[in-house]
Design a protein around this ligand. Structure first.
Ligand code: NCD
Length: 311
């Protein structure tokens, strides 16, 4: 239960900057919005007269659609911008681009940007509420919130639960946000993957490292499996995807051979046959589609709660 009625912050820049009460308040609000989006009429007037700009300087499918749906379900006015085909390609700075958009009287900005810290920079320069939809390899807070919310739905309180994050920890913003979020909720987090994809600083975050996939899976209650982020790898970190799949790919046979039932998660997009086989991704263990559904409710909750902190 949250002891708060409102968030402690005006922006959602990262999970690092919010506390456990904020997270619980977002969850409680998301439970109500999940009920709303399952009604025949899925819309509420909560953000009527609020204008939200979705600024995507990096590719996105589900996060962008999920934010847009969340905004529309809350009756906000929505404008979309993506950097391909924009003046960014003509050399305009981030601040100029955003200030131009804000002159059109935008109240909230949802942004995905390749530069870690871009949102913190912007929050020092503009008045609108800023929501981080992914900053490079750094944080992806709404993904971590929807992941933890989905785990909580399945397992109850996360206090003392064991979560392993498997795969390309080094290049994943989902990993860092998950670690912060799960630890704030009292879970124990391990990471598992090839040594070249596990950054050295990871143990300083209070996270244990396990290189053996089978051991990690036998230890955990939940495995959150990440994609190999080839687009962020400037050098070769693994010999081949085939070899990666052999050592770190999860299939139904591995799941069936474990000592216990575990929950399988993935933020998407999945590389089927690499980190997850189809029979694992589509098995009863998997809650991947529930994650996507919960994403809309979580983003509605974040937008709604932050809108109360507009100054
Ligand atoms: C993640 C992202 O973009 O960081 N996906 C997502 O938001 N649904 C993970 C990924 O791209 O692998």
């Amino acid at each position: 239960m949250s002891n708060q009625q409102e968030l402690s912050t005006k922006h959602l820049l990262g999970i690092k900057y919010i506390n456990a009460d904020d997270i619980n308040l977002i969850f409680e609000t998301a439970v109500n919005f999940k009920e709303v989006i399952n009604r025949p009429i899925k819309k509420v007037p909560s953000l009527r007269d609020v204008t939200i700009a979705n600024l995507f300087f990096e590719n996105s499918t589900r996060t962008k659609i999920s934010f847009e749906l969340a905004e529309k379900r809350l009756s906000a006015d929505v404008v979309n911008f993506s950097s391909s085909g924009s003046s960014v390609k003509k050399g305009e700075s981030l601040l100029d681009t955003v200030n131009n958009i804000l002159s059109m009287k935008v109240d909230m900005v949802v942004m995905r940007h390749p530069a870690p810290g871009a949102h913190v920079f912007l929050s020092n320069h503009i008045d609108a509420n800023i929501i981080n939809a992914g900053d490079g390899t750094h944080e992806h807070p709404t993904q971590a919130l929807l992941d933890a919310f989905s785990m909580r739905e399945k397992l109850g309180s996360l206090k003392g639960k064991k979560i392993v994050i498997v795969g390309d920890i080094m290049h994943s913003r989902v990993a860092l946000s998950n670690i912060y979020c799960l630890q704030k909720l009292g879970a124990t987090v391990k990471v598992c993957g090839p040594p070249t994809l596990l950054p050295k600083y990871i143990s300083s975050l209070g996270v244990e490292v396990e290189y053996d996939l089978r051991k990690a899976l036998n230890w955990c209650d939940v495995a959150n499996v990440l994609r190999i982020q080839l687009e962020r790898q400037d050098i070769k970190y693994i010999p081949s995807l085939r070899e990666y799949a052999q050592f770190y790919g999860i299939n139904k046979d591995i799941l069936d051979s474990l000592d216990k039932e575990i929950v399988l998660m993935h933020p998407g997009p999945i590389n089927r046959g690499v980190e997850l086989s189809s029979d694992a991704a589509d098995s009863d263990h998997s809650i991947i589609l529930q994650q996507v559904e919960n994403g809309v409710a979580i983003r509605m909750a974040v937008l709604y709660l932050l809108s109360g902190k507009r100054s």
